[in-house]
Design a protein around this ligand. Sequence first.
Ligand SMILES: [Zn+2]
Length: 317
Amino acid sequence: MKPVRITLFVIAVSLMVSLACYTTTAPPLYEPETFPENQPTVDQNITPETVVSTVAVQNPPADSTAPTLLYISGTTHIESKPQTWVNVDAYLAFLEQVTALGMKWSIGADIGWLEGEPRAAELIQKSEALGVQWDVHTHNPQDRAKAAYLITQLGGHPNSVVSGMLVSEFDSLAPQTYQGYTWTPQVLWGGVNCPGHRPGCDDHAVGLWIPLSAEQYTTHDPSGQYIRVGGGSHQLADGLALAQTIADGQYPYPVISFTLMVDPVNLTIVNSDDGMAEITAFVNEINQYGFVRWADIEETAQAWVEAGSVPSRIEME
Ligand SMILES: [Zn+2]
């Protein structure tokens, strides 16, 4: 596993101050720094660009000098209904394999699983021992502190990631308290325009920014609080095409995100048949790009802040 690299640039003071006000029980995501001296200048209004996922991947340079770093995370959602629950033994074997490949993984499990899976504590503790993080994924936005609390009761350490939410919920995001336990969101992953994991609802943009509001979700707000990490389409071919686009050189962004997402039942990339063999080939191929970094979703947000909080948003269909 590769630790997120030490600070290159520094943080906007407004973000520092706002984060310093939090009362989360987790350690702060950001450490105070000084002003940047050569922070990249980018228009705060993000201009969407298009990734053509049919780009053929050519032989990438082994030691690319592209200024953009591509942070790749992996994640799995487990819903409340038992038909979506992982087989604990198979899933632990999967996590052992992906982490052995150098990937960083996170899991978001809804309340029904946290309360109903007899082996939830075992999976939480054994996965954390592999370096896996536990995000907060609940379909009821009022359940987030409860989910985080349940994770702690099962021996885990929930992070600050809201793993999936309706864009319309954005304006009501706030710390929540359940049974005296306060959970504070800092990072938003995904973001959908309609509920229920239906086709066409997900925002498949990659990149990171701080949304201004539910209404102006794709406008970067440098004084805002919540960092949106885009996961993209989750498809292996699209990740490789994105890497090639970065290698071709033209993004002015220090950090771009991409997330592989695996179905909890089949342990294949969502909406595909790609399993461990294909994931392994993907890792080996994309590792040839010198700008690839493996990090979980929260670490990706941290790296983005450390690189100057330059907003990036790239459409991926
Ligand atoms: Zn879900």
